[in-house]
Design a binder for this molecule. Sequence first.
Ligand code: GLU
Length: 504
Amino acid sequence: MNEESETDLHPVRVRFAPSPTGYLHLGGARTALYNWLWAKKCGGVFILRVEDTDLERSTQDSVEEILEGLRWLGLDWDEGPNFQTQNLDKHKEAAFKLLREGQAYRCFCSKENLDTQRKEAEAKKTAFMYDGRCRKLTQEEVQHNLDQGMSSVVRFKVTRDECPLIAFEDSAYGRIEKRARDIEDFVILRSDQTPLYILSNAVDDSLDRISHVIRGADGLANTPKQILIYNALGIKPPIFAHMPLTLDNKKAKLSKRVHGEVVTISYYRRRGFLPWALCNFLALLGWSSQDGKEFFSREELIEAFDLSRINRHNSIFNYVPGDSKNWTDPKAIHFNATYVRTMPLDELVPYVKSELESNGLWSQVYETSQKEWFLAVIDLIRSRYHVVTDFSSKGRFCFSNNYEFDPKAVKKNLCQDLKLAEYLPELAQELTMLPNFDIEKIEDVFRSFAEKKQVKAGLLINAARTAVSGSSVGPGLFELLAILGKDRVVQRLNDSVGLITVND
Ligand code: GLU
């Protein structure tokens, strides 16, 4: 199916249908993102449906975590959240309709009976498939069993004569075929009258008038059965687009149990990710643009996104547990860092503001009298940062005099020459004399001081960097000093003398 005919299907209505049994997983967020993109691209509607029919495992905390994660990612929905349990009666009704029409039947086989059939199949080394023996019961027999109070389930009657193939065109995987004879008469209503998920999901998709089901490849196995349900209910099935699974680099499925927090969206928020950077990374985990472009604004991604370019092969999330440098897939970090370093400052500042606020580093003047200074600082220090939390940790020295000194930097840069205990206050004194504390003048002072003392300028530069920032790395020193301002620099150069001790 080509893109034109897909987008022609109006109105486009898609849904994200998480089961609230845990956290919002990277894979779930990617599913939500693809649905959101498709809705936006087609001018369609994005529905949030919480599939909460597993009463034992669904929790309110999980619902909240999912909603919060979607809101943070900016994946706003147009309808919902709808809760699947609200439609249980309609799912049941659909099962009864099928039963009345002879497209489903009551099965009275007991658990023991089915277990025996299963064991027989095992002994013959064949896959177990319910043999459909209750199909043959007459109306009278069924009524008799019901009158006897026998418990029963409702099974879907899978066609056994014509239509040997259930086929559909998956927008991502292409044509998928399944032989009807390989599908057993599956249960759609349990003996306690509760519908099975496979039925609820299909009925809700029809009630929500879903045009495209975009979901993980683990849904592929259900699709032929769901197509049978649609056909039996006289409803046109939606278009399906299944997305490849995301695996770790050892080809294992991503799970919190095995991989920990790194698979949850809330973790990225806590670690200082920018929501759009994460969306951009997730978009490429299973989809690629025609021209190989990787960085997209929202509008660009909506424009470029296309179901037919969803990959068929599994995508790999390159996470190596215990790698202290790369706490998540290095590509994700690279994406976030690129956004932090290059996005328009006015878009970055709200994130930095809230980060500084949570760490007691924010001052109102950064939005008023010191706004220009604040923007210049952010622009200077962001060139080496990866995540928003870097602004309050590595960048703390810009917003507070109470910053930490990296012991290695102190040892390497301040304690390498005891003479620095004399040089730094002298240098501070010379800087005090500067009428204009600008980059060039500061550099001149450093260079001539080095010449005067017959030492390498690097010795002074490194020492000053550690004195004013506590670190051995950072942006150009003279720019940094100019931005920190004379008073702070002089004070810190003088104070750092106390850190200069004999190296052991
Ligand atoms: N609740 C299902 C899940 O979380 C949704 C499957 C679907 O999108 O159809 O896997």
